[in-house]
Design a protein around this ligand. Sequence first.
Ligand SMILES: NC(=O)c1ccc[n+]([C@@H]2O[C@H](COP(=O)([O-])OP(=O)(O)OC[C@H]3O[C@@H](n4cnc5c(N)ncnc54)[C@H](O)[C@@H]3O)[C@@H](O)[C@H]2O)c1
Length: 254
Amino acid sequence: MGILDNKIVLITGTGGGQGRVAALTFAREGAIVIGSDIKVDGNNETVEMVRRAGGTMTGFAPVDLTDPEQARKLVEDAVAAYGGLDIVYNNAAMQYFGPMPDFSIDHWRATIAGELDIPFFVSKYAWPHLVQRGGGVIINVASLAGMVAGETPPMVAHSAANAGVIGMTRQFALEGARHGIRAVAISPGPILTPASDRDLGDNQAARDAITSKTLLKRFGQPEEVVELAAFLASDRASYITGANYAVDGGASAW
Ligand SMILES: NC(=O)c1ccc[n+]([C@@H]2O[C@H](COP(=O)([O-])OP(=O)(O)OC[C@H]3O[C@@H](n4cnc5c(N)ncnc54)[C@H](O)[C@@H]3O)[C@@H](O)[C@H]2O)c1
């Protein structure tokens, strides 16, 4: 028995990082997983990993979720795959970093599209299916950057977009409650994924600057975010909606 037995979940960004771990964790807890990514190889690998572990997963890739039409089609394909949708896990995102005032308009727009448009588009198209099901759960992955300013690296668009995700989550919760839809945000602090580990390379000064803001003085692991998401998506969290949970090693506490 898992805490998500037979729940049908659409997880975005399952081509690697937290999304891959989310697919494995939700499947382990009994969920039927539909995953999607703009990256084909990474997404196929995740599907293989879930199936090898005995889970159920269907993947759709490449899908560029900054395009509303592709987001709409993904949701329709997901619903068709297993006959409905119970949980939407908005994990996929893409962002640029850079200081004021040189941060470019193009990078601003791409970050707002990659972090704020994606969860809105997917949720907009999934919403009627959740209503039809008698309710469901939307998990939005925001960021510590949506709660406090961040120095390393400078992050004006990332910060604005994720404050937007936290606000959007509250609004989803308000408008969804009458339909049995719960909406919850999770705000990770610095999480070490294969991609961020590779990007940081041997830049120990950057690693130290990032972890020094946490109380635990280390990066988090994807599992430490995803285990909370699994709980919040489950019926055990039935009185939780409209909230934002920091998973940041204490970085927002001071
Ligand atoms: N890693 C961190 O330190 C950290 C901190 C705070 C918040 N987050 C958030 O956690 C979530 C997961 O990120 P991650 O750390 O696993 O990083 P990641 O880059 O490994 O994962 C993001 C996934 O989204 C996919 N994606 C990007 N643009 C897409 C698009 N247009 N259409 C479809 N898929 C697309 C990517 O291909 C990738 O597989 C993101 O929402 C991110 O903003 C991460």
